[in-house]
Design a protein around this ligand. Structure first.
Ligand SMILES: NC(=O)C1=CN([C@@H]2O[C@H](COP(=O)(O)OP(=O)(O)OC[C@H]3O[C@@H](n4cnc5c(N)ncnc54)[C@H](O)[C@@H]3O)[C@@H](O)[C@H]2O)C=CC1
Ligand SMILES: O=C(O)[C@H]1O[C@H](OP(=O)(O)OP(=O)(O)OC[C@H]2O[C@@H](n3ccc(=O)[nH]c3=O)[C@H](O)[C@@H]2O)[C@H](O)[C@@H](O)[C@@H]1O
Length: 480
């Protein structure tokens, strides 16, 4: 029986391995992690991450051919294929701080693999890494190998949170990069055989190592660039009276452009877009390509601009101050159907409003108060280090309360900011909410989820990203 071990039981390692176990009953899969809490949660009824459909997949295989364990060394030494799916956050200190990927966790995993291995292994980069990482990993493994043969493959993951199981069941493509030697090709075939249990072979793309590594960074950069493009347009729409939804629709109808990923928003978030683009920028700079670096940097600058623009819109609309005012924040996760808050635009928007002395009442159906408090107190880039290495929850940020339903959050509020597109925000009883708010009552829809016309009929002053402005808002222009 082929044995797989995955180092890192996070958002990628957990769901990916659960699906491999489900689709490949002839393979034994062990997911290992140094975080005892995370592994305990994977072995309980309350999984450590919220992902639609994940519970069922885990329930079907756990204890049969899927195991979660903290015995990292045992499972690595027994495995034929070792996936490495550990954090690759942005460096916070030293050379390349604020841009380069921090490969500390990857390197320590590689050294451990070399230490405990007694048989040949295929080592698979699942984490997103800088192009050429495989070369460094190869060096670590071969210099410490005691004669064991390691083949390195790059097999980046393209799943999106909230749809991880769907994406894994039916991926657009699986990408496998390896050495162009007979041994490298043999390793590629072994991994292709795993995916071929359920992925049509024409969707399994095999390349050289560097193409696979770079394709992952490129894919995330292209996706984020689309959002920054539409968000840049949203500012121009507000200035001209065009409607960004109509513009996106018209642009996306061109089959060369396509309709997906053209929703204007308060900004993109999530653990990867910013981190991976910063990493790409750093690699370009290191390779003497400042023009290319600046081109991609602009995607992040526009994203920051969009968040600042939103905060300024809120403050300027409310008579240029939110000091002492209650603002309800609906949604804190970086997108719907996940409890993940890493690099969520809500952090920057909340910090911006707190900077203007607002009182925030925050509601998100999947994010705990403790997490929100930690996020609002955390330093930039700390969020993507392993949980057990993150700062313990500090004292709560005063002026912030976290509540468990939208009606409590909005009671007596002066304004509402919608920052995540949770479906439930579409069907709230906005009449009831309006009646319980201070007047004039404002809604700032950072995700274009509400029916603005209906809300205006109720009496709200409504701001929707990239849509023609209410007369009130026109009179109070926001400067980003
Ligand atoms: N979150 C996402 O949707 C996606 C993430 N990625 C990439 O996948 C990688 C992992 O991301 P996530 O799963 O989100 O991270 P995560 O933080 O959820 O999980 C990583 C896990 O690795 C563990 N770990 C770190 N060092 C370890 C070691 N030496 N031995 C054992 N366990 C160790 C940590 O304790 C943590 O539980 C990153 O490179 C990310 O860029 C790629 C595609 C999608
Ligand atoms: O490498 C990764 O981590 C992953 O990053 C993204 O996945 P994810 O961040 O989970 O979620 P997305 O659906 O891409 O959304 C990212 C952010 O963009 C925002 N977004 C998305 C689409 C859109 O049209 N507009 C928009 O503002 C979302 O609200 C969210 O804040 C990519 O979609 C995945 O392919 C990739 O594997």
């Amino acid at each position: 029986m082929v044995k797989i071990c995955c180092i890192g039981a996070g958002y990628v390692g957990g769901p990916t391995m659960a699906v491999i176990a489900l689709k490949c009953p002839d393979i034994e899969v062990a997911v290992v992690d140094i975080s005892v809490g995370r592994i305990n949660a994977w072995n309980s009824d309350q999984l450590p991450i919220y992902e639609p459909g994940l519970d069922e997949v885990v329930k079907q295989c756990r204890g049969k051919n899927l195991f979660f364990s903290t015995d990292v060394e045992k499972h690595v030494s027994e495995a034929d294929i070792v996936f490495v799916s550990v954090n690759t956050p942005t460096k916070t200190q030293g050379l390349g701080a604020g841009k380069a990927a921090d490969l500390t966790y990857w390197e320590s995993a590689a050294r451990m693999i070399a230490d405990v291995s007694k048989s040949d292994k295929i080592v698979v980069e699942k984490s997103t890494v800088p192009v050429k990482t495989a070369e460094a990993i190869e060096k670590i493994l071969t210099h410490n190998s005691k004669g064991i043969n390691f083949q390195i493959l790059s097999n980046p993951e393209f799943l999106a949170e909230g749809t991880a199981i769907q994406d894994l069941f039916n991926p657009d493509r699986v990408l496998i990069g390896g050495r162009e030697t007979p041994e490298g090709q043999k390793a590629i075939k072994a991994l292709r055989d795993v995916y071929a249990h359920w992925v049509p072979v024409e969707r399994i793309i095999c390349t050289n190592l560097w193409s696979a590594e770079l394709s992952k960074l490129a894919a995330n950069a292209f996706l984020a660039q689309r959002i920054s493009s539409v968000n840049a347009m949203s500012a121009l729409c507000e200035a001209t009276g065009a409607d960004v939804t109509e513009v996106s629709h018209a642009v996306g109808k061109d089959t060369r452009i396509g309709p997906k990923f053209l929703n204007a928003s308060v900004g993109f978030g999530g653990s990867c877009f910013q981190k991976d683009i910063l990493n790409l920028v750093y690699i370009c700079e290191c390779n003497g390509l400042p023009e290319v670096a600046n081109y991609w940097k602009q995607v992040i600058k526009v994203n920051d601009y969009q968040k600042t623009r939103f905060v300024n819109r809120v403050v300027s609309s409310m008579f240029n101050t939110v000091s002492g005012k209650k603002i309800a924040i609906l949604g804190f996760a970086f997108k719907k159907d996940t409890g993940d808050t890493r690099e969520t635009p809500a952090i920057d928007v909340c910090k911006g409003l707190l900077g203007d002395k607002a009182h925030l009442s925050i509601y998100d159906p999947q994010v705990s108060g403790e997490q929100i408090q930690r996020d609002l107190a955390m330093k930039k880039f700390d969020w993507d280090h392993p949980i057990h290495l993150q700062p313990l929850s500090p004292t709560s940020v005063k002026q912030v309360s976290v509540v468990w339903d939208a009606y409590t959050a909005t009671k007596d509020a002066h304004g509402i900011c919608i920052l995540t597109e949770w479906d439930e925000f579409k069907s709230l009883d906005y009449k009831k909410i309006y009646d319980n708010m201070q007047k004039p009552a404002f809604v700032f829809d950072g995700r274009n989820v509400v029916d603005a016309e209906k809300l205006r009929e109720i009496g709200f002053i409504v701001y929707s990203i990239g849509k023609p402005l209410d007369a009130w808002l026109k009179d109070m222009p926001a400067v980003a």
